[in-house]
Design a protein around this ligand. Structure first.
Ligand code: KG4
Ligand code: ZN
Length: 342
């Protein structure tokens, strides 16, 4: 992208169980961000309850936008565009954020930018807090590992908004595997942070779990790993042994991290990437962050901890680059897909 315009973007994210709003300047400087999480409400169901999620978004979306504007010391008239997550996500949840964003754009006469949620996760690595030191921008070609609750994929990013998907998961996403294994071990939802916590006091080499061998070296499969943990749990229960939850959590986490790390490193070498980027909810995992931060072969871009899980700052950042490149939607959300799959 040649010359980038100055622009302030207000973004809304409501694809799953977080109602979020943020304001970003020039794609990187975060002025304000609010995330209203529904996690406690869904925890009692052991997963996200879609109908409950959309009703909560209806209740939260206006206060969340108001709080964000108050934090930013700006008004709606100071915005240059409105961005919103247009998918993937829960339909009943997405529609709440999209209607709010459409209403704002229409009332203010601003362009509306529909953003792919996954692209948002990737752009979370561009963000810094306004007023703080500006970190160097990620450099292309980038090998991007995207690890969220619903997706696990390796993308070669050769420029802004330009991706080549090298491989994705054939079954469960990494986050989904963390959540399902968490449930197997009797840990609270969501399983990712609970497994990380349980693993802290566990022995990661105690259990050896099998890894899937795939034709595409850049593809993933986590369902076999989850089943391996299930078989181990069943065998231990049958033997009347008290479940060594910490050791099981640590062994599962180490295996999952090892798979994600090794495949990404291999892909980065094979495609001569300059840098690595890791994003999505699972990038909050300390063991995964440590694995990438301990290697010295590639510079690694990982979002700040608070930007790993769902938020609107990442939608505002991706929205800015879509806006800057002219990927601006019409009011019926008929946007050019910027998540160009090839
Ligand atoms: O990106 P995200 O917030 O939502 C989606 O777009 O799906 O990712 C949520 C996923 C959940 O599966 C959750 O268990 C996982 O991210 N997660 C973690 C950690 N924090 C969140 N997984 C492992 N370790 C963590 N610390
Ligand atoms: Zn997400």
């Amino acid at each position: 992208m040649s010359s980038l315009p100055n622009a302030r973007i207000l973004a809304i994210e409501s694809s799953c169980d977080e109602t979020a709003c943020a304001v970003i300047e020039n794609g990187r400087a975060l002025l304000a961000s609010t995330v209203a999480s529904q996690m406690d409400i869904h925890a009692r169901y052991g997963g996200v309850f879609p109908e409950v999620a959309s009703r909560q978004h209806v209740l939260s979306v206006i206060p969340v936008v108001q709080q964000t504007l108050a934090k930013s010391n700006l008004s709606l008239n100071d915005m240059d565009a409105i961005a919103v997550t247009r998918g993937p996500g829960l339909a009943g949840s997405l529609v709440v954020g999209m209607n709010m964003a459409k209403g704002l754009a229409l009332a203010l006469g601003l362009p509306l930018v529909g953003v792919n949620h996954l692209e948002g996760h990737i752009y979370s690595a561009w963000i810094h807090t306004a007023g703080e030191a500006i970190p160097p921008e990620p450099q292309f070609p980038l090998m991007a590992l995207l690890v969220s609750g619903g997706h696990t994929e390796l993308n070669l990013m050769t420029d802004h908004l330009t991706y080549k998907r090298l491989g994705s998961t054939l079954d469960d996403a990494a986050g989904e595997a963390f959540d399902k294994v968490g449930r197997l071990l009797g840990l609270p939802f969501p399983g990712g942070p609970a497994i990380q916590k349980a693993a802290e006091s566990g022995e990661s080499t105690r259990f050896k779990f099998t890894r899937a061998k795939l034709d595409n070296p850049y593809a993933f499969s986590f369902s076999g790993l989850k089943t391996a943990v299930l078989y181990e749990v069943n065998a231990l229960k049958k033997a009347g042994v008290e479940l060594p939850v910490a050791d099981l959590a640590a062994s599962f986490q180490a295996t999952a991290v090892d798979i994600l790390f090794n495949k990404t490193m291999q892909a980065a070498r094979d495609f001569k990437a300059k840098e690595i980027l890791v994003a999505g909810g699972v990038s909050a995992n300390k063991a995964l962050r440590t694995a990438f931060q301990s290697q010295t072969e590639f510079k690694v871009n990982i979002p700040a901890f608070s930007l790993c899980t769902d938020n609107a700052a990442m939608i505002a950042a991706a929205g800015y680059y879509c806006y800057a490149s002219g990927h601006v939607s019409t009011m019926d959300m008929d946007v050019q897909p910027t998540w160009a799959l090839s």
